[in-house]
Design a protein around this ligand. Structure first.
Ligand SMILES: Cc1ncc(COP(=O)(O)O)c(C=O)c1O
Length: 400
């Protein structure tokens, strides 16, 4: 037997893996789980996933796929049936015009995003990223060797992102702009006009846009909008979508991208050397989701509006908490800076940590999303659970 010569702590890992950090949202889930294992009752406002069950007709399609032995490898980027269903759903809902060769199915929206960034961003390239941003954008860009140039938005302006703000950050090294509307974590929704201006600016400057539209069906503005409708700019655009939030399918892992064929082809090449196809059974479920009745999507969206109103009014009623009105997704992003300096709390991380350990409510501190004054509250849960958590937060914050 070969003797073990090195302690695990001396393991030399690659420079590129040391460039990134584990997702801060996952860290909260892990810490809350630890408390639960000690039989502590934790109210969970940390998780970024719908509380709804996957609709029955989608589950039935997966069961039927197993029974029919649809359990072999498929084409790497998804079956033709699924890729067509993705393109058709998008065309019907957003007036886009993508062909099969311009679609790829991946193992979740995160995977589609990861692949897109790996094929577009090179060492030293700059990527403009509006803050607050979803945690993974920054690390995925870093893993590709790119540098994020953060665009700090103003809470008083509803975290608005405009083309003028972006233009100030453009340099000859700018390769990509990442948009995410509705936004995780702020729930902010960009107006179609602002999105169109950004996409136009990017096209004029030869810069790519990745539009992460994983929450596009959870918009409360009365208008849902995809940059896919701006067909004249499609040459520089990658749209990332996901079934995770739209159909309450986070665990199934099915996302997609819509992009020019050469980009899709490069993403497929990368996928062919990593995961290969998304799970065959899940692909059948995804076809059922995309082609089946869409009422479930609207029902869930309406419920999120009700929960949003409930949680925001609850948060605003706690003295010291300020909260913008989110217009989409299922997160509130209250400003808790009024509590810094009280009870040993100096930062959002301190506050979220203490709130979890002492108040037994899990939230995610804003630092991971690029802002210092906020915590993210996921309201994808029942009204009763929201009330329990809000009451605990009120008591905890009043006693600080
Ligand atoms: C903004 C954003 N994009 C992409 C994803 C990825 O979702 P999934 O990989 O489950 O499709 C998430 C998940 O939280 C998200 O918040």
């Amino acid at each position: 037997m070969t003797p073990v010569t090195e302690a695990p702590s001396a393991v030399k890992l690659t420079e590129r893996i040391n460039r990134i950090e584990p997702s801060s949202t996952m860290a909260v889930v892990a810490e809350a789980d630890k408390l639960r294992q000690q039989r502590i009752d934790v109210v969970d406002f940390g998780a970024g996933e719908p509380h709804f069950a996957t609709p029955q007709h989608i589950k039935d399609a997966a069961i039927a796929a197993i029974q029919a032995n649809f359990t072999k490898y498929t084409a790497v980027g998804g079956t033709p049936e699924l890729r067509d269903a993705i393109a058709q759903r998008h065309a019907a809902d957003f007036d886009s015009d993508y062909r099969r060769e311009e679609t790829i199915a991946s193992v979740g929206g995160k995977h589609a995003l990861f692949n897109a960034i790996q094929v577009l961003v090179d060492h030293g390239d700059e990527v403009i990223l509006p803050a607050p941003y979803w945690v993974s954008f920054k690390d995925i860009v870093r893993y590709a060797g790119g540098n994020c140039v953060l665009l700090n938005t103003d809470e008083a302006q509803g975290f608005r992102v405009t083309a003028e703000m972006i233009e100030r950050l453009v340099t000859p090294r700018t390769k990509l702009i990442i948009l995410n509307s509705p936004s995780n974590p702020s729930g902010a929704v960009m107006s179609p006009e602002d999105m169109a201006e950004v996409v136009k600016l990017a096209a004029q400057r030869g810069i790519w846009v990745i539009s992460d539209e994983c929450y596009v069906y959870l918009s409360f503005t009365g208008k849902r909008f995809s940059v896919g409708s701006l067909r004249e700019y499609r040459d520089r655009m990658v749209i990332v979508g996901s079934l995770s939030k739209t159909y309450a399918m986070t665990g199934w892992r099915l996302g997609f991208a819509l992009a020019p064929a050469p980009v899709v082809s490069a993403m497929q090449k990368l996928q062919s050397q990593s995961t290969s196809n998304p799970t065959s059974i899940v692909q059948k479920a995804a076809v059922a989701a995309l082609k089946g009745p869409q009422q479930c999507v609207e029902d869930m969206r309406r419920e999120y509006v009700r929960l949003r109103d409930h949680v925001v009014s609850g948060l605003r009623s706690i003295p010291g908490v300020k909260c913008t009105m989110p217009e989409g997704a299922f997160y509130a992003y209250p400003n808790v800076s009024a509590f810094f300096g009280r009870g040993g709390v100096q930062s959002a991380s301190d506050l979220a940590g203490k709130l979890l350990r002492e108040g037994h409510v899990a939230t995610v501190p804003g630092e991971g999303f690029g802002t210092r004054d906020h915590i993210r509250v996921s309201y994808a849960t029942s009204v009763a659970e929201l009330d329990r958590g809000l009451e605990r937060m009120r008591k905890f914050l009043e006693a600080l």
